[in-house]
Design a protein around this ligand. Structure first.
Ligand code: RBF
Length: 346
């Protein structure tokens, strides 16, 4: 090895070792993990408890920040009055206290962009939303066509096994990701099994009212819905209660975002998950290491390890017949291997 190659190898090795210790300062020197002193705000658009997607946001950021002794995180619940969110975000930015505001919601990118007009230095890390080209905002969202397709496929398999019935989807509210991606993905998954199955779509009107959701779900079950996909945050428990109160109907719930089998066995027949805890952890760490690509919008799905269906839970095995599980597994393997490709928009 000549002297130039040797020097290059040594420089590369030193860079790798230093790089592993922490991020670079603007002058090129390296900031070690123990020296990081950022203050982060996690803005929860609603309340954390009961909403799987927000619980994962909180745990992921907590875990990342916990690896840096000097980094502090404040968790702020925005509440359910969506008209107040922009004002609350503006106050956080105006305080000048936070190096980064982390949040999760499809409506957040537009609000953050509006806040940025007054506070262009404020940086945002936004999950479950999309906006590219704004230099202080980074977004990451999930392929929810895949996530919803898995739910629809299972729902239709269960209907076929039961000898008929409708499938339902209960949403907290109507929003573009729901009407343009999740609902069509759910219908598409069901149609792949049986094109004759009708999808009954209903809206609670908020993300917390379990009593209203229970009433809605009971009505749907009475009218012949046998499988309900519930995406209504804290209101979901109402649908679970309605299914549990009508055991003779055979009604089953499909859980979205996290593993929900243990919520009420054996009424939860499927869990179509996004790994938002992992996304929140990884992206917060990238920020703390100085390498989060602000200005970009990422989309992650099954093949990236961020969307999947939980098959290895004994509660799933107990709740669903081997025949249905086998067919669901065969579809999941096609998605995981890439032989079935579902782009984000159906
Ligand atoms: N999902 C929840 O689980 N809880 C919520 O409080 C909640 N609030 C939302 C508010 C708005 C304005 C929008 C557009 C979506 C909300 N979602 C909520 C849905 C969430 O972003 C996501 O689509 C679902 O969790 C499915 O992954």
């Amino acid at each position: 090895m000549n002297i130039f190659r040797k020097t290059a190898v040594i420089i590369a090795a030193v860079t790798v070792v230093l790089g592993a210790c922490g991020a670079k300062r603007q002058d090129g020197s390296v900031l070690r993990t123990a020296e990081r002193t950022e203050t982060l705000a996690v803005f929860i658009p609603g309340t954390a408890s009961g909403s799987p997607i927000y619980e994962m946001l909180v745990s992921g950021v907590k875990r990342a920040a916990g690896e840096y002794p000097g980094v502090s995180v404040q968790f702020i619940e925005g509440g359910y009055n969506q008209a107040e969110w922009e004002g609350k975000l503006t106050a956080l930015a105006a305080s000048g206290k936070y190096d980064l505001i982390v949040s999760s919601n499809p409506s957040l990118p537009a609000l953050a962009q509006s806040v940025s007009l007054k506070f262009p230095e404020q940086r945002f890390l936004l999950l479950d939303g999309e906006l590219s080209g704004v230099p202080n905002i980074y977004t990451l969202r999930y392929n929810q066509r895949e996530q919803a397709y898995m739910a629809g496929y299972l729902a239709a398999l269960l209907i076929d096994e039961a000898g008929g019935g409708r499938i339902g989807l209960i949403a907290g509210q109507e929003y573009p990701a729901m009407t343009q991606t999740i609902l069509p993905g759910y219908s598409e998954g069901a149609a792949a099994v049986n094109s004759g199955i009708a999808v009954d779509f209903r809206v609670v009107g908020n993300w917390y009212d379990a009593a209203k959701c229970a009433e809605l779900a009971a009505g749907m079950i009475n009218e012949g819905d046998r499988v309900l996909l519930c995406i209504a945050g804290g209101a979901n428990e109402g649908a679970v209660q309605a299914a549990a109160e009508s055991p003779s109907s055979g009604a089953r719930i499909i859980w979205f975002d996290t593993n929900g089998y243990a919520v009420r066995p054996p009424y939860i027949a499927g869990s179509c998950v996004i790994f938002q805890d992992k996304a929140a952890y990884n992206t917060t760490k990238l920020f703390l290491e100085g390498t989060l690509p602000f200005g970009t919008a990422e989309l992650v799905g099954v093949r990236d390890g961020y969307v999947d269906f939980i098959e290895d839970d004994p509660l799933y095995t107990a709740a669903v017949s081997a025949g249905v599980r086998e067919k669901q597994h065969e579809m999941l393997e096609r998605l995981r291997s890439g032989s079935l490709i579902l782009g984000e928009k159906p």
